[in-house]
Design a binder for this molecule. Structure first.
Ligand code: FES
Ligand code: FES
Length: 166
């Protein structure tokens, strides 16, 4: 089958590859780029495990083709840590507040929470719950995920760590 050349920026690096037009973005990320932190749960846009940040929006990467991401700027869970290698405050929050059990939903949750806090740096609990409503977790009951995001929001709103908010 004929392949199409795609080029995009992923976690700050320009990447390219040859894909079939039917190749889903999540498969391009995982299989071509070996960025397997982006998980596949349902492949039908329900679970959110495949969530990435694309041009300033949370996107379920099983719902779009790689060719549709041509020229886009994408951040995956592999790109969440700070430039100095320390954990992003959301990652720290999930660790500190026990926001995961099996961890399958966690990359999508963190990437989604990143965009949520970009859009609303000081969300209420209800806004957090609404904000992650497209991401399913079968383990935690969500309570500690909410607490983890609240932890990150509190840290990001503290002047000393605002440099890590980007
Ligand atoms: S794998 Fe994409 S939403 Fe479930
Ligand atoms: S921690 Fe297991 S699915 Fe969320």
């Amino acid at each position: 089958m004929a392949k199409t050349h795609v080029s995009m920026t992923v976690n700050g690096q320009t990447v390219e590859g040859l894909v079939e037009t039917r190749t889903l973005l999540v498969h391009f990320l995982r299989e071509t780029l070996n960025l397997t932190g982006t998980h596949i749960g349902c492949e039908t846009s329900h679970c959110g495990a495949c969530t990435v940040d694309l041009d300033g929006q949370s996107v379920k990467s099983c719902t779009m083709f790689a060719v549709q991401a041509e020229g886009a700027s994408i951040r995956t869970i592999e790109g969440m840590a700070n430039a100095d290698g320390t954990l992003h405050v959301l990652q720290e929050g999930f660790r500190e507040m026990h926001g995961l059990q099996c961890g399958f939903c966690t990359p999508g949750m963190i990437v989604r929470a990143y965009r949520l806090l970009q859009e609303n740096p000081n969300p209420t609990e209800a806004e957090i719950r609404m904000g992650i409503s497209g991401n399913l977790c079968r383990c935690t009951g969500y309570q500690n995920i909410v607490a983890a995001i609240q932890y990150a929001a509190a840290r990001l709103n503290a002047p000393a760590v605002q440099e890590h908010a980007a």
